[in-house]
Design a protein around this ligand. Structure first.
Ligand SMILES: Cc1cc2nc3c(=O)[nH]c(=O)nc-3n(C[C@H](O)[C@H](O)[C@H](O)COP(=O)(O)OP(=O)(O)OC[C@H]3O[C@@H](n4cnc5c(N)ncnc54)[C@H](O)[C@@H]3O)c2cc1C
Length: 557
């Protein structure tokens, strides 16, 4: 058996190594058009920012070590330019000499990855405008930065996704003043605003300028610098521009070979990672797989799913099609300065787009026991089915321990489990790590209270709209925080009945008026809601995420 694998990084190298572990006898050729194989794409922003000081640390293997360990024929600086499916051959071109030759295969695997989107804007080819996709891009950015003179360098990042924000932190680390331009209405558009707002505020606190709802219309040159001209006419001087607005599956080979391409532009594969040609498999960023939550096709540009597909693909090649890929729920995470932010499953926005009914809850719970040093709130927003409680999606933001909460939530989402399973989750607890009620447990408790109508909630945007249209007697807004807390700021139009005195104020509260309660984060609001509900007040709602979410989402926007 002779295997050819095209693409020598995440998907390709993993497929090759696993295939060898399954099959010691076959011939395996790994072809990569660049100079490097099996390197850490995900580490590139951190190498640029000197967080990872050694360039060599990015290379998990060299072509020689990879070839020796797994007995692979690794051919770098070799591009596959065509696939001849009838003859079962590929055409290879040696990048340096231009020499071409054909190579026969029994089975072929494609893992060509993506290309960075480079918008066709006037001035896009000016010097100092980069995308970040691979090692050569990284080297180019790094050497360009080294040559810049002056202490304050202006960096403009177009696109506030995961890589854009990682680069913002790393360029800031190098002494650049960073401006981020984002077309959507907030940073990290895949994460709902209730959670990404913390990071957006944090970026501003760190001195990063964030311009949302704005795009680039053109780039101009002014002496040694570029000027980024925005759609609203603003002009941003830029010593360095990073365009980070996404990637597209690299499908040229597949298209020219007549393989089926999906509606989203990725190579279509079945659950065995097999393309429309049974002798050609494909994995990684270039393929379209099925989202297990929507049942629809999706593109997923993440290293975890790529590696899982690659292992499964190798097993299917070696053992026959026996393993099915279940699809990814898009669990993703990033460090943005002092915060960790991430999401899994379907965001509120995606659920709306899909027309799937849902309820949400927002909680802010200490990462560990508040009496133990280092506790910081982990903010969790979850979306769940209003009838069954099935967890559809989660977004988290916090400092310590945020990643493990995200992984627990992702596991529940992926297994089709419900918010009740969050309340049952048997988490590890000692004061430095968690509390007897973990943030994930609390998210489950709150969701369960909403689901079973023990507590009605109101979202910050609903309250904002109600306040904008409020006639005096429309509803009563009660702040149940302490008098001292209220001195630092309140939602306009509220009355202050501190929780511990609420029962004394009960006579002043009309029973026939809708009531909205809020406290700092939602916990005392919940207790107040229960007191009022059990005293004959039927129409009571608690502000989700409390004053904290209100300030982040409604006021600081
Ligand atoms: C800066 C950056 C940061 C990232 N951070 C994260 C992260 O933190 N977490 C995460 O989950 N994911 C992250 N990713 C995404 C992750 O790297 C990708 O999902 C993963 O590398 C995809 O693997 P792949 O094999 O499909 O493509 P790649 O790893 O890109 O490999 C494709 C290879 O195929 C080669 N190739 C293409 N066409 C041909 C051809 N015709 N002939 C020969 N060779 C060819 C290319 O040169 C390329 O080296 C990041 C990506 C980047 C760029």
């Amino acid at each position: 058996m002779k295997y050819i694998i095209i693409g020598g990084v995440a998907g390709g190298a993993t497929t090759a190594a696993r295939l060898r572990r399954m099959d010691e006898q076959s011939e395996i050729i790994l072809i990569e058009k660049g100079s490097y194989v099996s390197y850490a794409n995900c580490g590139l922003p951190y190498y640029i920012g000197n967080t990872i000081p050694e360039r060599n640390s990015l290379f998990l293997q060299t072509p020689t070590t990879l070839g020796n360990r797994f007995d692979l024929d690794v051919r770098v600086r070799t591009e596959v330019t065509a696939i001849n499916r009838d003859a079962k051959t590929v055409t290879c071109r040696q990048v340096d000499s231009g020499k071409e030759y054909t190579e026969r295969y029994d089975k072929l695997v494609l893992s060509p990855g993506t290309v960075a989107v480079r918008p066709n804007l006037p001035g896009i080819d000016l010097p100092g405008i980069f995308t970040l996709r691979d090692v050569p891009d990284t080297d180019a950015i790094k050497s360009y930065l080294t040559e810049l003179t002056g202490t304050q360098k202006e960096a403009v990042i177009i696109g506030a996704g995961f890589i854009g924000l990682e680069m913002a932190e790393n360029l800031h680390r190098l002494g650049c003043h960073v401006t981020i331009v984002e077309k959507a209405d907030h940073v990290m558009p895949v994460v709902d605003w209730e959670i990404s707002s913390t990071v957006q505020k944090h970026l501003a606190d760190k001195g990063v300028t964030v311009l949302t709802h704005n795009g680039v219309s053109r780039f101009e040159r002014d002496g040694d610098r570029n000027i980024v001209v925005l759609e609203d006419g603003q002009q941003l001087p830029a010593d360095l521009v990073l365009v980070s607005i996404g990637v597209k599956p690299l499908t040229t080979l597949a298209v020219n070979a007549g393989l089926e391409i999906g509606a989203l532009g990725g190579i279509r594969v079945n659950r065995y990672m097999q393309t429309s040609d049974p002798d050609i498999y494909a994995v990684g960023d270039a393929v379209e797989t099925v989202n297990p939550l929507t049942g629809k096709s999706q593109l997923c540009f993440l290293a975890g799913p790529t590696n899982k597909q690659a292992r499964l693909c190798a097993d299917n090649l070696a053992e026959g099609n026996i393993h099915e890929y279940g699809g990814a729920i898009g669990t993703a995470i990033a460090k943005v300065f002092d915060f960790t932010i991430g999401s899994a499953g379907l965001s509120e926005r995606q659920l709306q787009r899909e027309g799937i009914p849902y309820l949400t809850s927002i909680t802010h719970t200490g990462s560990n026991a508040t009496y133990y040093p280092g506790s910081w709130p982990v903010s969790i927003k979850i979306q769940f089915d209003p009838a069954t409680g099935r967890l559809y999606g989660a977004a988290v933001c916090g400092k310590g321990g945020t990643d493990k909460r995200l992984d627990v939530l992702a596991s529940v989402i992926a297994h089709g489990d419900t918010v009740r399973d969050l309340t049952d989750f048997d988490h590890a607890y000692a004061p430095p790590f968690s509390s007897a009620k973990d943030p994930v447990t609390v998210a489950g408790y709150v969701a369960e209270n909403i689901l079973t109508h023990k507590m009605g909630t109101i979202q910050w945007h609903e309250l904002k709209e109600m306040l904008a249209n409020k006639a005096d007697s429309d509803f009563l807004l009660i702040d149940v925080r302490s008098f001292l807390e209220c001195k630092a700021g309140v939602i306009e139009g509220s009355v202050n009945y501190p929780l511990d005195e609420l029962r004394e104020y009960m006579e002043d509260i009309p029973t026939d008026t809708p009531i909205v309660i809020y406290c700092a984060i939602g916990l005392r609001g919940y207790i107040a809601t229960r007191i009022l509900k059990q005293n004959g007040f039927d129409n009571v709602r608690n502000l989700a995420g409390g004053y904290k979410t209100w300030m982040l989402c409604a006021v600081n926007r």
